[in-house]
Design a binder for this molecule. Sequence first.
Ligand code: SAM
Ligand code: SF4
Length: 460
Amino acid sequence: MEASKKFLNEEKIRELSAIQEPGKERIKDILQKADELKGLSLSESAELLAIKDSDCLQDLLKTASYVKKEIYGQRMVLFAPLYTGNHCNNNCLYCGFRRTNTTLKRVSLTMNEIKRETESLLKEGHKRLLLLSGESGHYPLKYTMDAIEAIYSVEKNGASIRRVNVEIAPMEVEEFRELKGAKIGTYTCFQETYDPVLYKKYHTSGPKANFEYRLNVMHRAMEGGIDDVGVGILFGLGDYHYELLSLMSHAADLEEKFGCGPHTVSVPRLEPAPGAPIANNVPFPVSDRDFKKIVAVIRVSMPYTGIILSTREKTELRNEVFKYGVSQVSAGSRTNPGGYSGGGENIQFSLGDHRSLEEVIGGLIDDGYIPSFCTGCYRKGRVGNDFMDLAKPGLIKQFCMPNGLVSFAEYLNDYASEETGNRGFSLIHSITDSEPSDKLRKIINTSVEKINQGQRDIYI
Ligand code: SAM
Ligand code: SF4
């Protein structure tokens, strides 16, 4: 397909990936430009990715923290993945669900089982889910559409899931048009690696072996009317310089064609997985130091694109990269279908952060973040271009901060222990008191008061 050939200029990207580390003065100039919150060119991002010097890396991390704070403030959006099935026709050598892994027990949840999983997640306090599955005839589009409907239909103590994002195999434009009707939030699909030769090596059979078809999936999704798309790389499969610069070219092309780039970038790193040879012997390991650099370069280069971090990473590293740019995190996750309501051991990969949602929230409070369950933008239609138009002048803070605080107050009332409740409300009060706008302070105080009196699902 034409689109991919244009944005993936392999020769140019290879050249940029091999760029030498620039001098300190040059790094300072690039970071000064990043401070303007308008992003960077591909070659400037390449120069930042080439940083090895510790002082320059610290300067980059500092700039990324500044950009994160200016645009996203203190909020951190929380979600949980819901795996509906692990049957898969593909043979991705890094994944426990791959077709030739005979050690895995195959499971597909029925609609009732999906509702039970949803109930368990609602009991914890979740409001945003990411639905995932393998790629198989067991999961035609109708199955996914029914699953989404089943999730939205569950009500537990007056609460229900308010946003379902979807991470399933690539489809045709017409199918995306149909999926949009199920009221999904973001459609996510990771390219895994943008290197066609490595891609072929890791994806040995099944529909996913078609590199071009996957590479063009976001163009098809947006053509099919999906407003928000999420891209990602599986770090560890290829050289991270090349991967990230390719992803940025991908994002730039979507922006040029559809007036809006990806809503989110995910940064999964390869984790050990049962029956997955590549996952247990990572071809291009990414160190923690490089991982922090990667998150920071994404933050300063694509300031308005959310960064999603999963529970693949350990608690300490998660806490650190929250500062450098992450805006959405999963919490209390299971990667086995049925895992929330007591299902078996059939995991896709191992997790680094095993804390419950409440424990993750406790950690966020300690570091001064607002744990947010907000779904306001999506439900008010502030999606795609409209969201970006709001985000760019910094207005994101005016909606997301108050909505985040109010959704957090709702969580504290309904799900938190007394101790978390006290700590959470004192954070809400201190953030509200330090808000300089009288109007915004009033909106937050009035809404939190309404929540405390029993009203639910308030957002602006
Ligand atoms: N099966 C669909 C697909 O591959 O696009 C849906 C998503 S799959 C369930 C979710 C993602 O898990 C994959 O895109 C891959 O990047 C990631 N994944 C697979 N094996 C992994 C591993 N060992 N460590 C970390 N992430 C892994
Ligand atoms: Fe199947 Fe997705 Fe796992 Fe590949 S990554 S084996 S497509 S579930």
